[in-house]
Design a protein around this ligand. Structure first.
Ligand SMILES: [Zn+2]
Ligand SMILES: [Zn+2]
Length: 327
């Protein structure tokens, strides 16, 4: 499914099968998760320019069907996951200090290189992950971005016991399970009036759930803002105790309105999380099956990718949307 131009409906097309270059593997795609970032690409909201035409999709579960020159980390037939960070140079100041998520020359899957809204893709093997056996192909896909980048955001929030999640979708429903397992108390904020979403959050262990314009019954020690809504950063500060960290987990957000310094005083901080490191991925994929984290997925056929994007945009999906390419 090809994006020719941002804003234009995805187009079904027959493309030549991609061939793996040095250090790359070729995958037959089994499933590919739909991410909020895909909508930002579709809406042309990101700072850079995507490859065009583009095959989106960066939460790929596939079977290795080809090995490029020098590739040998995975065997033919092995099930592999491909995340958003498709490649980093390993040499820039960020890579050399354990921050490859900020690599100056990073290439992103389904943005700089074609992704998984397709039957085949290629990926740099060093940036792929083995997929835990516990998970079906559909369940595993959302872990690869919603899970991974959410997990990085959770680490950035620090030791917060009372943690707020603003926006309870693909990422938050996975991270809620991790946070509860870690002994944290989760306070979930949905769109105002979304009682189904609030019940969903409570079913996954949230102690309290309400609308995002509400204040929680207790102050929060930290918050992650998953929704791409700038005013929620201020709302989260209003709900926060001294020392709280408020982290935006998205790649794009509407403008954050001006606010009184009183809200930031007492060592509250605002921050953002960008991308992932392979260490984040290895950590989450190790602990997820132990907890065990289960993603709730709504599946779509590959050719229904446009409908999946629109359902995602409309907030119709409880949990994660996943394209099933081959079972
Ligand atoms: Zn993503
Ligand atoms: Zn780098």
């Amino acid at each position: 499914m090809v994006l020719d131009r941002p804003g234009q409906p995805l187009r079904a097309a027959e493309l030549p099968e991609p061939e793996p270059g040095a250090g790359e593997i070729k995958l037959a795609v089994r499933t590919c998760g739909v991410c909020r970032t895909d909508l930002h690409i579709y809406d042309s909201e990101l700072q850079g320019e995507p490859k065009l035409p583009l095959v989106m999709g960066h939460q790929i579960v596939g079977t290795v069907v080809g090995l490029g020159e020098g590739a040998g980390r995975f065997e033919l037939g092995e099930r592999v996951g491909v995340p958003w960070l498709g490649w980093a140079d390993g040499t820039c100041r960020y890579c050399r200090s354990g921050r490859e998520n900020l690599c100056e020359h990073a290439r992103f899957t389904g943005y700089d290189v074609d992704g998984g809204y397709a039957e085949f893709c290629v990926a740099a093997e060093d940036f792929c992950f083995p997929v835990p056996d516990l998970y079906s192909d559909a369940e595993a896909a959302p872990l690869l971005c919603a899970g991974l980048i959410g997990y990085r955001a959770l680490r950035l929030v620090g030791e917060a016991e009372r943690i707020g999640f603003y926006g309870f979708g693909s990422s938050a429903h996975i991270l809620c399970q991790v946070a509860v397992h870690e002994g944290r108390r989760v306070f979930a904020f949905t769109r105002d009036g979304d009682t189904d979403g609030q019940a969903f959050a409570r079913s996954l262990g949230a102690e309290w759930a309400g609308g995002s314009s509400e204040l929680p019954p207790e102050k929060l020690d930290g918050a992650i803002v998953f929704a791409a809504v700038g005013p929620l950063m201020v709302q989260a500060l209003k709900a926060s105790a001294p020392g709280a960290r408020v982290i935006s987990a998205g790649i794009h957000m509407s403008e954050i309105p001006a606010f009184s310094y009183d809200l930031l005083w007492e060592e509250r901080t605002l921050g953002s999380v960008a991308n992932l490191t392979r260490a984040d991925g290895n950590d989450l994929l190790r602990i997820a099956p132990e907890i065990p984290v289960r993603a709730k997925v709504t599946t779509y056929a590959l050719e229904d990718a446009q409908r999946a994007l629109e359902d995602f945009r409309a907030g119709k999906i409880e949990g994660s949307a996943v394209l099933v390419v081959s079972a």
